[in-house]
Design a protein around this ligand. Structure first.
Ligand SMILES: Cc1cc2nc3c(=O)[nH]c(=O)nc-3n(C[C@H](O)[C@H](O)[C@H](O)COP(=O)(O)OP(=O)(O)OC[C@H]3O[C@@H](n4cnc5c(N)ncnc54)[C@H](O)[C@@H]3O)c2cc1C
Length: 394
């Protein structure tokens, strides 16, 4: 199917916007990315030192398969890029009790086996001998997911934006103000430039890929998409090599029960600890700071599970924003009431790993091509009965 080149504005240069811009420019469209400053923006959810890349999704085979397809591309990017930004170090999944059918750990491992992988199941004794930094008394069993790891997320976005520029995408610094609308048709955007002047960008299609900001900028989505604050803490260690893979691979420690997950140390000694929970709906411009209560809880987790880190100094904190959809599924589709407006958001705390597939999903939406994944992300309303995605964690 031949598609005429379109003028496309992508609002937001995070992972979703950058991946979309690259794919669309490579398909021959005329693409302009609009973000508030030169991307990656420091407040973007994608701009962080690390994100988990895993295909463990409980019994939700759909996301397992999408992650698997994404991993094919992560591996290809590693081979093509000047420096590998995805670190395939596996994913250590610890259970605080014997994993039972229906639990995230049990079902994830079952799906892996059914799909031909060979996750290494272990007991506390094995945990103690192979990964001695863990308090094995707390985790009677677990498994190592063989294909997965973590990605240098901020660097990935910068790389995609650079590739996008190389493929012909332009970049404009400015803050989206409103859509240009011609009846029910969207014909571009109005934005506030860095010199505070209000300007316009005309377009055949507008993609709004503004993550947690999306329901603020497009308020008619505020019942289905919410900006939700989630804390991240960085600890410092003196000897980084003792806290890197294979001794200390990326982990989830009783993910469904406790919410704790974390990453090996960077070479500068920073260890990132995240906590997946319900979080609080916030105004993205007033997201607050990581609370003392949270730091205390994190300290208790470290003392109980990783005792050698019990007194590790906090070297950084960050409140990161989930763009939570009401059902945990990504949100990629055309607004049924505003033709020409495509939204790519709703990462719901687990979207980064799919970055390699996002561009194709968005471009296929625009070009109206069949895509086996899109049905689950399509425009939808609260009234539709939906299954909560097995998002469980990042
Ligand atoms: C604490 C935390 C941990 C996470 N961990 C993981 C993980 O381990 N694995 C995983 O797969 N996913 C994870 N995620 C989810 C993942 O980070 C997101 O799904 C993904 O980064 C979303 O990318 P995005 O491009 O949609 O949004 P963002 O990266 O937030 O990008 C949105 C962009 O829109 C721009 N923008 C906003 N307003 C305007 C405006 N008015 N005008 C112009 N531009 C604007 C912003 O500047 C920003 O650059 C995590 C998220 C959080 C918060």
């Amino acid at each position: 199917m031949q598609v005429q080149p379109l003028d496309i504005v992508v609002v937001g240069g995070g992972a979703f916007g950058a991946a979309s811009a690259l794919e669309l420019a490579e398909r021959g469209h005329h693409v302009t990315v609009l973000d508030r400053t030169a991307s990656p923006h420091p407040d973007a959810s994608s701009t962080d030192i690390s994100k988990m890349i895993r295909m463990d999704y409980g019994a939700d085979v759909f996301y397992h398969e999408l992650a698997e397809a994404s991993l094919d591309v992560w591996e290809a990017w590693n081979a093509d890029w000047p420096r590998a930004l995805y670190h395939p170090e596996g994913f250590l999944v610890l259970s605080a009790r014997e994993a039972e059918p229906g639990s995230f750990e049990f079902e994830s491992e079952r799906v892996l086996r059914e799909r031909g992988y060979d996750p290494q199941h272990f007991d506390a004794e094995h945990l103690r001998s192979v990964w001695p930094v863990w308090n094995a008394d707390r985790y009677p069993e677990g498994y190592v997911s063989p294909r997965g790891g973590w990605a240098e997320s901020g660097a990935v976005v910068a790389r995609l934006l650079k590739l996008g520029r190389g493929a012909g995408a332009g970049f404009v610094a400015g803050s989206f103000a409103s859509l240009l609308e011609d009846g029910s048709r969207v014909s571009g955007v109005r934005y506030v430039a860095e010199d505070k002047s209000v300007r316009t960008l005309k377009a055949d299609r507008v993609i709004v890929a503004t993550g947690a900001w999306t329901p603020v900028l497009l308020p008619w989505l505020s019942d289905v998409l919410k900006p939700v604050a989630q804390p991240v803490v960085h600890y410092g260690v003196d000897d980084a090599s003792r806290w890197q893979s294979p001794v200390f691979p990326p982990f989830a420690a009783d993910m469904a029960g406790s919410g704790w997950y974390g990453f090996p140390a960077l070479d500068d000694g920073r260890i990132k600890l995240g906590h997946h929970a319900d979080g609080c709906v916030v105004d993205p411009e007033h997201r607050g700071t990581v609370s003392e209560d949270h730091l205390d809880l994190a300290r208790v987790f470290l003392a109980e599970s990783l005792p050698e880190l019990a007194d590790a100094p906090v070297v950084g904190t960050r409140v990161c924003l989930y763009s939570d959809s009401f059902d945990g599924d990504l949100w990629i589709g055309e607004d049924p009431e505003r033709s020409g407006l495509i939204v790519a958001a709703g990462g719901s705390g687990h979207g980064f790993k799919f970055t390699p597939m996002i561009g194709k999903l968005v471009a296929d939406t625009i070009e109206r091509r069949e895509n086996p994944w899109l049905h689950r992300f399509a425009w939808r309303s609260l009234a539709e009965p939906r299954q909560e995605a097995a998002r469980m964690q990042h």
